[in-house]
Structures are given as structure tokens and as C-alpha cells.
Design a protein around this ligand. Sequence first.
Ligand SMILES: C[S@@+](CC[C@H](N)C(=O)[O-])C[C@H]1O[C@@H](n2cnc3c(N)ncnc32)[C@H](O)[C@@H]1O
Length: 260
Amino acid sequence: MLKVDVVTAFPDMLSAPLSQSIVGRAQKAKVLKLGFTNPRDFTDDKHHTLDDRPYGGGPGMLMKAEPLYRAITKLRKKNSVVILTSPRGQRFTQALAKKLAKKKHLIFVCGHYEGIDERIYPEMDMEVSLGDFILTGGELASAVMIDAITRLLPGTFKKQDVTASESFEGGLLEAPQYTRPEVWRGKRVPQVLLSGHHKQMEAWKREKALELTKKYRPDLLEAQTAFKASVKPSVKNKGKTKADKPAAKTPQKTKKQTKK
Ligand SMILES: C[S@@+](CC[C@H](N)C(=O)[O-])C[C@H]1O[C@@H](n2cnc3c(N)ncnc32)[C@H](O)[C@@H]1O
């Protein structure tokens, strides 16, 4: 079981999204244990003040270091990893989600207002960013990361291979997927996916995953030389397998043609 504590002055920003769907079920199944700690509970003044004006001037207010320090100190155990949500941190990726999914205890610290007193930073084991944009607080960033990590915990999904073919696994985007009906507005499901031929279906998926990755995220392929070598024969085929052909026979109608 992974224990995750979130240090936040705005727990409601996380509790709703994390109580639903897969993450909610993971908690019921005791795969994930989630706790919220409010740094306001670690203030001394009667107004429970968390923020103050920045020295040297500047817009907005900063979170004070002491309430956060006390909250982290209370939660931290030997095996804890303390993660500050921060725009200047390392970028959150599927690879980092996998690493964090192997830990026993994560503590996410949510900044708010214009940020946090710089002196708290050495208390962190790592700083993680969701991307090059500014959020109002670390709450939504933490919720996103907890969601991604929970999907990777053993026991979250009944079938462990659910996440194995997802985008970024093996450095590729996921192959296109289809569900019923077989023909939707003139567009057919590729014949190979109806064939029941497991090997052909897997080969098709790998080729399509490679095609999509080349088109949308060629940067992912640069780090995948080893994988590239293993799929070279399919690349020579320019992405067309025998199994692909029946689907190509059915002309794909344009939006105009299907509109009545
Ligand atoms: C309004 S932001 C502060 C931004 C700060 N003034 C700056 O320019 O870097 C408040 C808090 O939201 C969180 N945050 C904002 N953007 C984030 C991002 N891209 N990734 C992770 N956390 C973020 C951080 O915890 C941050 O302390």
C-alpha cells in the first residue's frame, strides 16, 4: 500500500477529484491511503496566518516557512519522500510516476499565493513541476500526480496489463483504439482488429503506435534507439501490413459525404 500525505491549506481542491473513479476505488481497496494535513493547524496566532508580505517588495503574499516545516516534520518518516509542487522543479513524467509508485510514503507540499519562503526548499527531497505554466496552487498539480501514480500501483487494476500499452510506456504513444459499432458514419474499424489473430493485432498496434509517435511526438523516439531497432522491418513496410488492406478497401467518407 502506498501512503500519500498532502500538505495543503485547500484540501477541498483535491478531495473531490481523488475520491472518484480509479483513485477512489484504489483507496477503498486499500491500495492507496490518502491523508490531508492543513498547515493552518501548525500556526500559533489566533488568525492562523499562513502568508505574509515578501521582503524587498513585490506583488502578492508568500507562504510562511514555519507552518509548512512543522506539518512536514510531523508527517515525515524514515522512508518518506517529500515533494514540493513547484514551477521550477523537474518535469513530471510517466517515468517519474513509475519511480514514485515504488515508494512507501509520499508527502506532497502545495504552495499557494505567490509562492513559498525560499528557506523551506532544503526540507524537500524533490521539486516537481507539471509544466511551463503557473497554477493557482500546488493542489491541482498534486491531484494530477497522485492520479498518475495510483494507476501504476499493483492492485489498482484487476488486470495488471491495463497500463502496459498506454502512451509513454516503452517510449511510444498508444495505438488508435476502436469500440462498437464496427461501422460508424461510414468509418470502419480496421479489419485486423476484428480478425481475432493475436499476433497480427499486436504487430498492427505496434506499427500504429510508432506511426502516431513519429507524427505527434518524434522527440520520444530519439530516446528509443533500442526499440527502433526492434521494429525496423515494420517501418520498411511504411506502416502497411497485409492485415491493414481490407480496411483500406472501404473508402472513408468525408464529413460532407456523411452529412445528410
Ligand atoms: C501562483 S504559484 C506561484 C508562482 C511563482 N510566483 C512563480 O512565479 O514561480 C503558487 C503555487 O502553485 C504551485 N504551482 C504553480 N504552478 C505549478 C506548476 N507548473 N507545477 C507545479 N506546481 C505549480 C506551486 O506550489 C506554487 O508555489
